[in-house]
Design a protein around this ligand. Structure first.
Ligand code: ZN
Length: 245
């Protein structure tokens, strides 16, 4: 009898857990759209669904509940209509949007994942950095979510005094060599702080063995900034403490 009860409980658990898991997957899929389905789209969509599991659940749920949409696009310029003259922030190598394999569009709360990328006039090739791009751009979406969650909403949380000051101080302490290596994260006008947040967020959604040497240098040189990123990743409500100095 006891054994039967246990079996019964197990079956019950299976019946409850399986639909719940399906519901969770379904809720996430509803936040993912495919702009123009082709032979690669479905595979990329399931890769995205599985990668989203690397993001702490509270963060994922809150960012999606706030309306963030992931859009799988053939190429970034095809979807956005951007000309090749525009340059994404921080692109120092002369690449334009034809070279972007992902993008977060704050005004639309959309995170684009490109199926294909091309460099200047070269033929488009299949995007091969989807895990990195998705998690980094999700960091930007989370930054915006945090900013807007405040009682006095901000575009993004990384412009709040505590985060910006901590980041600026750490930039000032860098040697010229480190500044050259980490130039992308040292940009002026809040861009560097925003990129540092997104990159550290991405890193903490991956295992340390996946970090590049530049990423390892970033966390080593921006320990105070990193502590703040980890703080809001474990409890997004802590962002309220960033508003004061
Ligand atoms: Zn970025």
């Amino acid at each position: 009898m006891k054994r039967n009860q246990t079996m019964f409980q197990r079956i019950l658990v299976a019946f409850v857990v399986a639909p719940l898991a399906a519901l969770v997957a379904c809720a996430q899929t509803s936040n993912i759209t495919i702009a123009r389905p082709d032979a690669d789209s479905a595979g990329i969509q399931s890769q995205v669904v599985s990668l989203l599991q690397n993001i702490p659940r509270t963060i994922r749920d809150r960012v999606f509940s706030a309306g963030c949409q992931i859009v799988i696009v053939p190429t970034v310029p095809e979807y956005t209509g951007y000309g090749y003259i525009d340059k994404p922030r921080g692109y120092l190598d002369g690449g334009g949007y034809d070279n972007a394999d992902g993008l977060f569009i704050p005004a639309k709360n959309q995170l684009l994942i490109a199926e294909r990328v091309s460099y200047r006039n070269s033929a488009p090739y299949k995007a091969n950095r989807i895990p990195y791009v998705l998690l980094h751009e999700f960091g930007h979406a989370f930054d915006q979510y945090l900013g807007k969650s405040l009682s006095t909403p901000q575009w993004v949380a990384t412009t709040l005094p505590r985060f910006l000051d901590t980041h600026t101080r750490e930039v000032q302490k860098l040697s010229n060599t480190d500044k050259a290596t980490l130039a992308y994260f040292c940009q002026a006008g809040g861009s560097g702080a925003s990129e540092t947040f997104a990159e550290l967020f991405c890193m903490h959604c991956q295992s340390q063995s996946q970090w590049s040497s530049r990423q390892a240098a970033l966390v080593a040189k921006f320990q105070g900034t990193d502590a703040l990123v980890r703080q809001v990743m474990s409890n997004p409500d802590q962002v309220t403490t960033w508003a004061g100095d």
